[in-house]
Ligand binder design. Structure first.
Ligand SMILES: Cc1ncc(COP(=O)(O)O)c(C=O)c1O
Length: 403
């Protein structure tokens, strides 16, 4: 058997499921109640129970479940009435959705560079981005690594800004004892296929204000209010409801989470120790004050000159072709075509944003551009793999230095 075939064997497949998920789905089908219901109609068993269970899990008072993590951010922004003429500061190093949700509300995103060690938004660079138009900040806890929320909250209260934490990677993380999503005004989650808690697609917003939770619920359920006749629509709203299928799967996945989270953490700690011993490799540093980390993926940063000048793509291919599950990181937002060419929404003035045309040059976002050019990520298959597999990966990376 070739090294490639051998290497590919025995990496666990994600998502992990068993009869519990299959039976949960069968039960939804047999119940005939396939949607979560609306006030005054039936109340779907799973969505409403999941909201309670997920709020408890994230240690928040309220949870609104929605159909994906992108609209979760949009709904949170709408809950604060953010829209035309407003600016929202967001990390430059994230999935496009963190910014496209801002565009959806007709507000303008402004991108913030990252800290080179922790890879999350550098809170020391935020104040220079605040203008008269700034209404909110979206810190993204990339990979589950928390943004320095205590410092960020000082900035937001001084400047009267809303904080919506994008926790799409941060299920189960904890910073200075508090779960992400509880530091700011609201936290949003994704349950898309690759996430550590998944139903293929899905999302949620958590918060600790009943009024805000009610506003967000109304927006995501056609402008309805809980406990009112279902054909009354009090405000502008849309349909972002989660289905019973999604919630049924999430409830069983939630039971599996603790043991997977433990293994992800053991493996991440092992990889951190082993990989940082290799001259030319460094791993993401947990933000000081992190008490738990969700480990959505495991990023590594390499120095090309210590690897015979291999560029990022060559390094990535060497790993992937040898059966080591490897993925690319998010290209920084400022470098995406949609933000370079400003081909976004009709009638919205993007000229004051800190991206677009020449402003999108990498030199204006030096830290994230440099990190992106020399980093790759290991997905969950690695974080849930056996110790033997991890040792094989470490040895393979060492062998690349000798070529
Ligand atoms: C940081 C971040 N924010 C938002 C989202 C959007 O979530 P979804 O794909 O569920 O819409 C994602 C999804 O990958 C994400 O990684």
């Amino acid at each position: 058997m070739s090294f490639e075939q051998n290497a590919k064997r025995n990496f666990p497949k994600w998502p992990i499921y068993d009869d519990k998920e299959i039976n949960a789905l069968k039960n939804v089908i047999k119940s005939g109640d396939w949607w979560c219901g609306a006030p005054g109609t039936h109340q779907g068993e799973n969505v409403w129970a999941f909201q309670v269970e997920f709020a408890r899990f994230q240690e928040a008072k309220h949870c609104v479940a929605v159909c994906n993590g992108t609209v979760a951010i949009e709904a949170a922004l709408m809950g604060f009435n953010i829209g035309l003429g407003d600016e929202v500061i967001v990390s430059d190093y994230t999935f496009v959705a963190s910014a496209s949700a801002i565009i959806a509300t007709n507000a303008v995103p402004v991108f913030c560079d990252i800290d080179p060690e922790t890879l999350v938004m550098d809170v020391n660079k935020i104040e220079r981005l605040i203008t008269q138009r700034t209404k909110a900040i979206i810190p993204v806890h990339l990979v589950g690594n928390p943004v320095e929320m205590d410092k960020l909250m000082e900035i937001s209260s001084k400047n009267n800004l809303f904080i919506i934490e994008d926790c799409s990677h941060a299920h189960g993380s904890r910073f200075k004892g508090k779960r992400p999503g509880n530091w700011g005004d609201a936290g949003t989650f994704s349950f898309q296929a690759s996430k550590v808690l998944t139903s293929g697609e899905g999302g949620a917003i958590i918060c600790n204000s009943k009024e805000l939770a009610d506003n967000i619920y109304s927006y995501t359920d056609c402008g309805r209010k809980k406990n009112c006749y279902y054909y009354t629509h009090f405000s502008y709203g849309t349909n972002y409801r989660m289905t019973e299928y999604q919630a049924a799967v999430l409830r069983t996945q939630l039971e599996k989470f603790p043991s997977q989270h433990k293994l992800r953490n053991e493996n991440a700690n092992y990889l951190m120790n082993k990989l940082n011993e290799i001259n030319g490799i460094r791993t993401m540093k947990p933000t000081p004050g992190t008490t738990e980390l969700g480990w959505y993926v495991f990023p590594i940063i390499f120095e090309p000159e210590k690897f015979s000048g291999l560029n990022k793509m060559e390094f990535y291919k060497k790993l992937n072709r040898n059966g080591i599950p490897t993925v690319d990181c998010y290209p920084p937002l400022h470098s995406l075509d949609c933000f370079k060419t400003i081909n976004l929404k009709k009638g919205i003035d993007y000229s004051k944003a800190n991206w677009g045309g020449e402003k999108s040059d990498d030199k204006n976002f030096p830290v994230v551009s440099s990190i992106y050019s020399r980093s790759i990520e290991f997905p969950q298959e690695m974080l849930l793999a056996s110790r033997e597999k991890l040792n094989g990966v470490v040895e393979f990376i060492k062998s690349l230095k000798k070529e």
